[in-house]
Write a protein that binds this ligand. Sequence first.
Ligand SMILES: [Ca+2]
Ligand SMILES: [Ca+2]
Length: 416
Amino acid sequence: MSIRDKLARLDKNSSPFREPEIQGDQESQNWIEDFEYELNARIIKEKNSFIMMESYPKIPIYSEVFELPFGSELIDVKYKIQSIDNIRIDQKILPVPYFKSINDLSPVKIDLNDMIYSSNDYFPDNWLDYKVGVGINSNDVIVKFLSLNINPVRYSPVKNNIEFINSIDVEIIYSEPELSDLSSDFDYDLVIITPSEFINYLTSLVDHKNNYNMKTVVKTIEDIYSDFDGRDNQEKIKYFVKYSIEEWNVKYVLLIGDITKLPIRTTDAYPWSGYHGNGILSDLYYADIYNEDFMFCSWDSNNNNIFGEIEEHNRMFDFINTDDVDLYPDVHIGRIPCSNSDELSIIVDKIIEDFKTGKEDRAPFWINLKDRFVHIEYFALRNEKDEYLGTLEVSQDLTNYRKLEGEQRILSYTEG
Ligand SMILES: [Ca+2]
Ligand SMILES: [Ca+2]
């Protein structure tokens, strides 16, 4: 949907935000037994999300994501509000509870953020926030995303007061791109990146994908390291992915080999302090090619060779993204984390066989890779006629989330 269509739709459907209502939350009553505060959530009907920052007031927001064409420059986002209403309350608004993993059976913990709950200031700071990034949309086209958060309710815990707005007019000003998109001559859909030692074991996979009309090319890391520049091997691979998007119109990238065979990027992100140590592994690094200016996103804009740094912000409900990591992927990425050719052959054969027979559309399993714990899932890609097109693999390092017992071995996923 174009931004004009979407703005028109917003305009047509826009109904004023209604006055927030008090709504007791049964579940939350259970969370607060140990607290002396009496807490209530206040909601607003039109909200489609909440500010979800641990220990900060759970404030309803209205979010909308717009897509601007490749090459667009966002110039400004302006807004006008007609009037601000006030509601006095005598109870505190419930904070967002601390996140925990699904299988963690300990009680939900809540706490009040001192800085917010002892402040006269209104939270959130603004009626409107937005974030911009560049990535692939649902049609696999690279666009600029403008993610708009409207905050119709703001809250001062010390004043025991809520401010809310009935309506807001938003104006998005951007320049049309000179080039409409990245379109190039069609070449390949999928590029497989592999150490040369595995290349002979990929023939059947490549044939299989080409047979199903997913045009596939293989590139070895040895060739990439000699042909592409970069501060280290990971950055050389990332520059090659950028090249494959721009020159070959590639939409899918499949990495072959575990992290001892094909390197991964180690990042220094602390998304929720206390939950993670340093050293989060990320293959998203290889998929997030462009920043919001459509330039190469190194994940290290301060050039200290520490990637993906973030700092906790004092008051904002977000973190300072020190390294300007865009986080929107510009290509689909997956990895078969095999450590030898036998593992690779087994995985390739099994996946092709199962997906051809339609037995499995989804093949999750998890394994230990040295001391890291990684969750991997394969998805069968099918077209509208339900014909098999190929597989997509998604992996996630879960070491720090891990509470699962034991290990489900490769290829023991649910059968039949
Ligand atoms: Ca850095
Ligand atoms: Ca991006």
